[in-house]
Ligand binder design. Structure first.
Ligand code: NAD
Ligand code: DAU
Length: 342
């Protein structure tokens, strides 16, 4: 199978590419990524010499780039490319609208034109908005996004849905809860807590710290995506989650305990505007229809993640300083191909 993975140099995308490489040694993978601050070629280190792997630095909003890649033959598109951080969307939502909405539409248009056989849109539980103290999001929960980020992802989901309804285009959507694991950019809660605690710096906790997220290890998410890509029914939505709800305060305490650090590092700071109180996913459809189950218990996954960050201080330094652009120059630019040579 020839896969186009957009946003494959980001956190989940790069974990997915690695998972596909090991699960399907005969697949050809092309990663299209703009390499924004969140995209990092070190996440894909080691793959650059494989004849079955291609990396193209480019924008999913650019019809020419997307059209050229698709013209070379792509069986399936998996769209991870997005602006993904809620706090940034509150400061300025324009890139979120551009990449998450216009970019997704551009990919849909190009893919339909090129006769792509499957289009998997990677979405989020945030499109459902916030839950009260009980219950969980099902695929039938109405969309009620609260942040500009969530609104842009919901808009993309509706475009994907419309392509199935209007053109019978074989696309499907997955909506996952909060991911954690290796290669996550340290602006998101877990890597921020781990790297701050390691450095003995304050852990910023928004509001009262009792906001709840439903955590899943990125490897479990990627295994679910592999199932959805191969076995999911076009037109369907699949919720992905591991039934592991935790408050942010619980998470901060756990990280400090694992690292043997003092709880005094926890610092309550001003709340996020429009902060969703609670997310929880009901993954029953994934479990019953696609025979998938999460494998990694939260504490085990968290310990492994903490160890990964401790073993990779240079990665953290590099992504914070943008030094991975140098990696790109070193590993890719001297071997760069024109699109026509792909
Ligand atoms: P990320 O921010 O780590 O990675 C996003 C990637 O997209 C980066 O490599 C970036 O360079 C690339 N990108 C951004 N704009 C682009 C553009 N215009 N053209 C091409 N590439 C572009 O994000 P992530 O956490 O890995 O999330 C990946 C996807 O999964 C997103 O669509 C996100 O909405 C969704 N998601 C994330 C989570 C989570 O907990 N992180 C949970 C559910 C769903
Ligand atoms: O639910 C899936 C979503 O999870 C994805 O769609 C998003 O791309 C991803 O960023 C994530 O969104 P959240 O807003 O839940 O993740 P974040 O890591 O930003 O925050 C998690 C919780 O921690 C949230 O309640 C806000 C809180 N928080 C976050 C930061 C960065 C803090 O208390 N302090 C912080 O410094």
């Amino acid at each position: 199978m020839r896969l186009l993975v957009t946003g494959g140099a980001g956190f989940i995308g790069s974990n997915f590419v690695r998972a596909v490489v090991s699960l399907h040694p005969d697949y050809h993978i092309c990663v299209l990524d703009k390499l924004t601050y969140a995209g990092n070629l070190e996440n894909l280190a080691g793959l650059e010499t494989s004849p079955r792997f291609r990396f193209i630095q480019g924008d999913i909003c650019d019809p020419e780039t997307v059209g050229e890649i698709l013209k070379r033959g792509v069986d399936a598109v998996v769209n991870f490319a997005a602006e993904s951080h809620v706090d940034r969307s509150i400061l300025d939502a324009s890139e979120f609208a551009r990449t998450n909405i216009t970019g997704t539409l551009n990919l849909l248009q190009g893919s339909r034109r090129a006769g792509v056989g499957r289009f998997l849109q990677i979405s989020t539980d945030e499109v459902y908005g916030s839950l009260g103290p009980t219950g969980a999001f099902t695929e039938a929960t109405p969309l009620a996004p609260n942040s500009p980020y969530a609104a842009s992802k919901a808009a993309a989901d509706l475009l994907v849905r419309s392509y199935h309804q209007t053109y019978g285009f074989p696309c499907l959507i997955t909506r996952c809860s909060n991911n954690y694991g290796p290669y996550q950019f340290p602006e998101k809660l877990l890597p921020l807590l781990i790297t701050n605690a390691t450095a003995g710096v304050a852990l910023p906790i928004y509001g009262d710290g009792l906001y709840t997220r439903d955590w899943i290890h990125v490897a479990d998410h990627c295994a679910a995506l592999d199932r959805a890509l191969h076995l999911g029914r076009p037109g369907e939505i699949y919720n992905i989650g591991a039934r592991q709800e935790k408050t942010n305060l619980e998470i901060a305490r756990l990280v400090l305990r694992i690292l043997g650090k003092d709880e005094n590092l926890i610092t309550f700071v001003a709340d996020r505007p429009g902060h969703d109180r609670r997310y929880a996913i009901d993954p029953a459809k994934m479990e019953t229809k696609l025979d998938w189950k999460p494998q990694i218990p939260f504490e085990t996954g968290l310990r492994g993640t903490v160890e990964w960050y401790l073993r990779n201080p240079a990665w953290v330094e590099n992504v914070r300083s943008g030094a991975y652009q140098t990696y790109y120059e070193r590993m890719y630019q001297n071997r760069s191909r024109t699109l026509a040579e792909l």
